[in-house]
Design a protein around this ligand. Structure first.
Ligand code: SF4
Length: 266
C-alpha cells in the first residue's frame, strides 16, 4: 500500500528491527502477517510503519493515543496475578482493514465545499489496488473534522459492496446511507451521558446521535448555495382563493393530522 507521510513530531521516528530488503529493492516489514513490501517513502497498511532511507521506521514512537486501567484478565496471560489491574496504552495505527463504508454519494465537507465521496476518489490522480478494493491518494485534499478543524486526507477508499444499507436520518440533517456495521457515536435515551460507538444496524429511534457542531469563532465557512444547489427544491403554489368559512369549520372539526387537513383545504 502506498501512502505519503506528513510531517512527524521530532523524536517520534525510530529505527525498527524486524524487516529485510527484497531482491527488487523494496523493504519488507516483518512485524505482522501483513508483511508490507514498501518502496522508499511508502507507509505500511498500519500507517505507523514505513520505509525511509532503505529501512523500516516507526513513526509513532512515544505518541500514545490512549491510556486506560484494565483488569489483568483481558491480557493474554495465563493466571497471572488474578484480580489485579494493568495499565494499557497504545499509539494510533491499525493493521486491520475493516469493511465499513458510506454510499458513494455521501457528501463530505471539504475546503472546496461539499463533495461526493465518490468524486473525491475519482479526482485522485494516483490510485492503487489492495485486496478487493482501491485506494485513491489525493494530492492535496483537506476536510473539516467533527471538531471543526482542518485535516489532511491521505487516502480515499473504494470497496465493492452488495448488501443492505442503513439510512440514518437524524432530526435536522439529511439522511446518510452507510453499511450496517459502520459505527457512529450515539447515546441511548435512558442514559444520554453514556456516548458509545454503536453500529448503524443497532440504532433505533430511542438513540440520540452525536452531530458535529460548529463552535463560534472556529472559522469554518460553508458555501450554503453550493451545498444546497444539488438538493431537490420543492415549491408550494399559492392557494387559489379563500376557503369558505363553513368548509373551514367543518374541516377543522374532523379528525386528522395537520397534513391531512392541509390536503383537504388545498
Ligand atoms: S501493517 Fe504495519 S506492522 Fe504490519 S507488516 Fe505492514 S508495516 Fe509492518
Amino acid at each position: 500500500m502506498q501512502h505519503r507521510a506528513g510531517p512527524v513530531p521530532e523524536g517520534s521516528v525510530v529505527d525498527t528491527r524486524y524487516w529485510h530488503v527484497l531482491a527488487d529493492g523494496r523493504v519488507q516489514c516483518d512485524v505482522c502477517p501483513r508483511a508490507c513490501k514498501l518502496h522508499e517513502g511508502q507507509r505500511g497498511l498500519c500507517f505507523v510503519r514505513g520505509a525511509e532511507n532503505g529501512r523500516i521506521k516507526l513513526f509513532s514512537y512515544g505518541r500514545s493515543s490512549g491510556f486506560c486501567i484494565d483488569p489483568i484478565e483481558k491480557k493474554p496471560l495465563n493466571h497471572f496475578l488474578p484480580g489485579s489491574s494493568v495499565l494499557s496504552f497504545g499509539t494510533a495505527g491499525c493493521n486491520l482493514a475493516c469493511k465499513f463504508c458510506f454510499a458513494p454519494h455521501t457528501l463530505i465537507a471539504t475546503t472546496h465545499g461539499m463533495r461526493r465521496i465518490a468524486d473525491l476518489f475519482e479526482s485522485c490522480e494516483e490510485k492503487v489496488s489492495r485486496d478487493d478494493g482501491r485506494i485513491g491518494l489525493p494530492a492535496s485534499l483537506q476536510v473539516w473534522t467533527r471538531a471543526a478543524k482542518l485535516a489532511r486526507v491521505d487516502k480515499v477508499f473504494a470497496h465493492p459492496y452488495s448488501g443492505e444499507l442503513v439510512s440514518l436520518k437524524a432530526a435536522c440533517c439529511p439522511p446518510v446511507l452507510l453499511t450496517p456495521n459502520h459505527k457512529v457515536f450515539a447515546a441511548h435515551r435512558s442514559n444520554l451521558d453514556d456516548l458509545q460507538p454503536i453500529t448503524a444496524g443497532e440504532l433505533s429511534e430511542i438513540h440520540y446521535l452525536v452531530i458535529p457542531k460548529r463552535h463560534a469563532g472556529s472559522g469554518v465557512r460553508i458555501d450554503v448555495a453550493d451545498a444546497l444547489g444539488s438538493l431537490e427544491r420543492r415549491t408550494h403554489s399559492p392557494r387559489s382563493g379563500r376557503v369558505p368559512l363553513e368548509h373551514l369549520t367543518e374541516t377543522l372539526r374532523s379528525t386528522g393530522n395537520s397534513s391531512q387537513l392541509a390536503a383537504i383545504l388545498g
